[in-house]
Ligand binder design. Sequence first.
Ligand code: MF3
Ligand code: CO
Length: 251
Amino acid sequence: MSVSIKSANEIELMREAGRLLELVHEELAKNIRPGISTWELDQLGEKKIRSFGCIPNFLNYNGYPASFCISVNDEVVHSIPNKHKILQEGDIVSIDAGLIYKGMHSDAARTYGVGKISPQAQKLIDVTRQSFFEGIKYAKAGNHLHDISNAIDDYVSQFGFGIVEELVGHGIGHALHEDPQIPNFRQRRKGIRLMPGMTLAVEPMINLGRPDVEWLDDDWTVVTEDGSLSAHYENTILITDGEPEILTLNR
Ligand code: MF3
Ligand code: CO
C-alpha cells in the first residue's frame, strides 16, 4: 500500500475540485422534492458539473452508467438513477457525487429527507453526519488512520445503529479511489500514521437496523439486508498539522 502526499499545487487543484462539488450538491439539494425522479436529479447535476468544465468521475467508472449514485431508503449506496424512481414524501435520499477538475478528484455524499420524514429517519441522518465530524477530530498529522475509524464507531454505537463494514472510505487525488482504505468501524490495528498532504474521503454509511448489506442483481445497488433505512455522509479532507481541511464544504 502506498499513500501519496499531495504537492501544494495538487492541493490547490483539489480545493477547487472540492469547492465546485459543493456547488453541485447545493444545486441538487434545492431540487429534492416529492415527484422528482432520481434520473432528473442526475441530469441536473451532470449539467452543473459540465458547466464548470469538469468531468463526472463516477460516469463509466468500472462501467457505472450515470454521474451520481442516488440511493433511496434501504438503498445504502451506488443506486443507479432511474426515470421510474420517483421521490416520495417521507423518503430519505443519499446523493453521492464526484468530479474531476484539472486531473484531480473530489468525492462527497449527503443524505436528505424528502418533505416531512419520521423522527427516526432524521435521527439516522443526523447521527451519520455527526459521525463524520467525530471521526475527523482525529484526522491530523501524527495520529493514526484507525483513530478515525474507532471514533466513528464509538459515536455511532451509542445509538445502536448498524455500521456498514463491507464498504469503506478511501484515499483520493489523481484517482477516485487511492490507498488507504478507511473503515468506519473499530479496528484492532492502528493503521498508517497520518501525514500532512494526505487527502482522504471519509464516508460513514449507517443503517437504522443491522449492519449487513447485500448487492442487487444490477451488481451496483447495495441495500440493507433487513430492509432498514440507511444514510451516508462523505467529504474529501486534507490532513494538515492542525485541524483537517474539509475540501468539499464551502468556507
Ligand atoms: N463515492 C463512491 C465511492 O467512494 C464512488 C462510487 S463510484 C460509482 O464508493 F461508480 F459507483 F459511482
Ligand atoms: Co467515496
